[in-house]
Ligand binder design. Structure first.
Ligand code: NDP
Length: 321
């Protein structure tokens, strides 16, 4: 029997890579967008898989809409990747962020419980839940101290999933994923902003890049590997939560230096810090310990920050050929 997956937020970076992965595994893949008639599904087109996916319009904040799609598609697995995903934007749209993430996840859990079928749910959790980790890498037992409306919303959704698993026996998992990047990342995110600017400056079509705090430290991985961890979580005997990270943390400044070095430039000649780009509260250090994922899922990141930068630069440079 072919398995059927429903990916909520299929138009995004992770949705596109996950759809590709599941199609390659022989799944029937269905995906949702808030407005499937209007979305270009650019990422799916770019991966050459758009015509293989059944697409539906679903607003996760609308219970009727969620119930309808689950009843119609009858998926074996649901991947909830939808919701406002920018930490920066969450300071300007806190209610939209909370509702799209927390109410969206709750509606999925309630609908699965209501239907009563053995539907497995993956929830896109985030390392932003931890807040500052300091030098001690966070694992699945580390308390949450989020420092953004986005982190607060993700923490809420995490506990919703944990509660429904415990209270109603749902097969529901949260992946607590650290940052993961790819050529499909939009320029609103600082990593793609840096990659694009480095390439433009190298081509002579731009001459400067303005950034916020360069001393923040993050763990950056490669998105196509991270979606495999999502899939693996739903193939286990028991539902559980997992931290997904490379285990290597670098300064944003190192990411910038690496990107400019890839195009043969010294970043210090082109980058200026701009205090208007600072967030009201930010995470100084984000460190993750993916040991449980390695032990239980057999998952381990193959690519670390410098590989991610190189692969993003190589892909961006194709725009200039
Ligand atoms: P994207 O932003 O690329 O995709 C998320 C999708 O959610 C969008 O394509 C969009 O689909 C939908 N969406 C956007 N805004 C809203 C909103 N306000 N309300 C409802 N739906 C919305 O995210 P990623 O693919 O990068 O990430 C996938 C998930 O993983 C997200 O939940 C993200 O928060 C989480 N995550 C990502 C990390 C990363 O480093 N990439 C790290 C940790 C967690 P449409 O417009 O078609 O409706």
């Amino acid at each position: 029997m072919q398995k059927k997956a429903l990916i909520c937020g299929v138009s995004g970076q992770d949705g596109a890579y996950l759809a590709e992965l599941l199609l390659n595994k022989g799944y029937i893949v269905c995906g949702t967008s808030r407005d499937a008639q209007m979305s270009s599904f650019y990422n799916l087109v770019r991966l050459g898989i758009c015509d293989q996916i059944k697409l539906a319009s679903v607003a996760l904040t609308d219970f009727r809409s969620v119930l309808q799609v689950l009843t119609k598609i009858q998926p074996d697995e649901v991947y909830n990747l939808a919701g406002q995903s920018s930490v920066g934007l969450s300071f300007d749209q806190p209610v939209e962020t909370l509702e799209s993430i927390a109410t969206g996840t709750l509606n999925l859990l309630e609908a699965i419980r209501f239907i009563g079928a053995p539907i497995k749910l993956y929830n896109a959790g985030s390392s932003e839940c931890f807040g500052n980790t300091g030098e001690q890498p966070a694992d699945e037992n580390t308390p949450f101290r989020p420092r953004s409306p986005y982190g607060v919303a993700k923490a809420t959704a995490f506990w919703e999933v944990a509660n429904y698993r415990e209270a109603y026996g749902l097969f529901a998992c949260s992946g607590i994923l650290y940052n993961h990047e790819s050529p499909l990342r939009p320029e609103r995110f600082v990593t793609q902003k840096i990659i694009s600017a480095a390439c433009r400056i190298a081509q002579g079509t731009d001459n400067h890049l303005y950034l916020g705090n360069l001393s923040v430290r993050r763990d950056w991985g490669w998105a196509p590997e991270y979606v495999n961890a999502m899939y693996l979580m739903l193939q286990q005997e028991q539902p559980d939560d997992y931290v997904i990270a490379t285990g290597e943390t670098s300064k944003l400044e190192d990411f910038v230096a690496q990107a400019f070095a890839c195009v043969g430039l010294d970043w210090q000649e082109y980058v200026t810090t701009d205090s208007s780009l600072l967030r009201p509260t930010d995470i100084a250090v984000g460190r993750g310990n993916p040991a449980k994922a390695k032990e239980k899922l057999g998952w381990q990141a193959q690519y670390i920050m410098k590989d991610v930068v190189r692969m993003m630069i190589e892909e961006k440079q194709k725009d200039y050929l």
